[in-house]
Design a protein around this ligand. Structure first.
Ligand SMILES: [Zn+2]
Length: 440
């Protein structure tokens, strides 16, 4: 057993408290004691403020290679997608794994302890199958294991090139023949100690309603998390309304998808009935503000979703930015710009979106809090950086949410094991691996 004494800690709800000691054994927190003025004999002492691990509920790791290459130009989401396809057209398994490993290491150094990898790059360029049809999915899992990051692999069903459209050549490597072939392939993957299998429907663009229902059955039969891109762009809504007479959320509702295991990713352009459906079902909504800004998607209605009872989480999506503090505060700050109101979300709710909200979305129901029985996933944040220096002890939660960045993360533990110490991964030279992997 190891004991950690935290000068300050945020346990996953309420305010930051002083003097907390945690006992950790076999990857779990087994005891939490508060109002402890000094470390017990043998306890490791952690300065700064310690919080539950950050949950990145939506990532496409390979898109890290697009950073700084695709942000300018008078174009749109759809033009950006073409540039992403140029990258997707060429990636081979070793390059894919190197990108995933380096990106996951960057995430670890940013305080991310669990990632939801929304994985749709399944097959060789042009289509067909690798000898192991899950070659790339297994490489994503191997990359997370090498980094020590907890992962939910969201194996994504992708069948069509758009509503009523055949696959483009580049999309063939995303696609299985049909939902049954997808299910057969996915059925060959297993959970591990820090890896969990979830599933995804790419979007209503890529999967027809009847096939969505098959994926829903598969997920619900296994109590697996089910994610889908939902209403990221107005064009998607228009095409969906024209083809199916309802919104993307309406399509997922009709397929029986909406429950506490469902996560709508983006949920940017919703109508009134969508809010009711998402709220009443207790679904999660994963907003990815740094990517949504970059792609001119719009500002997701986080406040209205929270008001109707939807649970919120956040994701780094394209990985142009890997900083969950920024994603969390953007839920509030981006909405301020469009509503001309402040205080739509309290700080606790924003940090919960980046922690317990994401853990729940990814199927790790005990995670994202510091309490007995939770996985020992935690992040220690430096209070002596230029950003957080001078934060009064009574405002540490606001300091974390409105001033901290990924660069303030000092130590990161996953499943009771330190994977980042003093801001650096304990085994991986993250900068060198990123340089190599991005260069290809
Ligand atoms: Zn995405």
């Amino acid at each position: 057993m190891a004991s950690l004494w935290c000068r300050y800690a945020w346990l996953g709800s309420g305010e930051v408290v002083a003097g907390v000691e945690l006992d950790v054994e076999a990857g779990e927190i087994i005891d939490v004691r508060t109002s402890i003025g000094a470390p017990s004999p043998g306890a490791e002492s952690l300065e700064g403020v310690t919080i539950p691990g950050l949950a990145n509920a939506h990532s496409h790791a390979f898109q890290r290679a697009l950073r700084a290459r695709t942000h300018v130009g008078a174009d749109s989401f759809w033009a950006w997608r073409e540039r992403m396809y140029e990258l997707a057209r060429t990636i081979e398994p070793e390059h894919f794994e190197a990108l995933a490993r380096a990106t996951f290491a960057e995430m670890a150094e940013a305080g991310i302890t669990v990632v939801g990898e929304f994985h749709y790059l399944h097959h060789p360029p042009g289509g067909g199958a690798y000898d192991d049809p899950n070659e790339l999915g297994r490489r994503a899992l191997a990359a997370a294991t090498a980094v020590g990051l907890r992962i939910t692999l969201l194996d994504t069903c992708y069948l069509d090139g758009g509503i009523g459209r055949d696959l483009d050549p580049v999309q063939r490597r995303f696609a299985d023949a049909d939902a049954a072939a997808w299910a057969e392939r996915v059925g060959q993957l297993d959970d591990g100690d820090t890896a969990r299998l979830g599933v995804a429907v790419h979007s209503v663009r890529a999967v027809r309603p009847a096939a969505i229902a098959e994926v829903v059955d598969w997920a619900q039969g296994r109590d697996a998390p089910l994610h889908a891109h939902v209403s990221e762009q107005p064009d998607e809504n228009e095409a969906c309304l024209e083809a199916y007479g309802t919104t993307p959320t309406g399509v997922f509702a009709a397929a029986g998808a909406l429950d506490g295991r469902f996560t709508a990713v983006h949920a940017t352009h919703l109508d009134g009935s969508d809010f009711t459906l998402l709220g009443e079902s207790g679904a999660c909504c994963c907003l990815c503000p740094t990517t949504e800004r970059d792609l001119a998607d719009g500002v997701g209605p986080a406040h209205a979703l929270a008001e109707v009872g939807a649970r919120l989480c956040v994701g780094s999506d394209s990985n142009a930015v890997v900083d969950l503090f920024e994603e969390a505060r953007a839920l509030e700050l981006d909405e301020r710009l469009v509503t001309l109101r402040r205080g739509l979300h309290d700080s606790e709710a924003l940090l919960r979106a980046a922690t317990v909200g994401g853990y729940g979305s990814l199927g790790w129901d005990r995670g994202g809090v510091l309490e007995a029985g939770a996985p020992a996933d935690l992040v220690n944040v430096d209070l002596e950086s230029v950003r957080l220096a001078g934060t009064p002890s009574g405002h540490l939660l606001e300091g974390l949410v409105y001033a901290a960045t990924a660069a303030d993360v000092r130590h990161v533990m996953v499943a009771g094991r330190w994977i980042v110490r003093d801001g650096r991964h304990v085994e991986i030279d993250t900068v060198a691996e990123l340089q190599r992997a991005v260069a290809g």
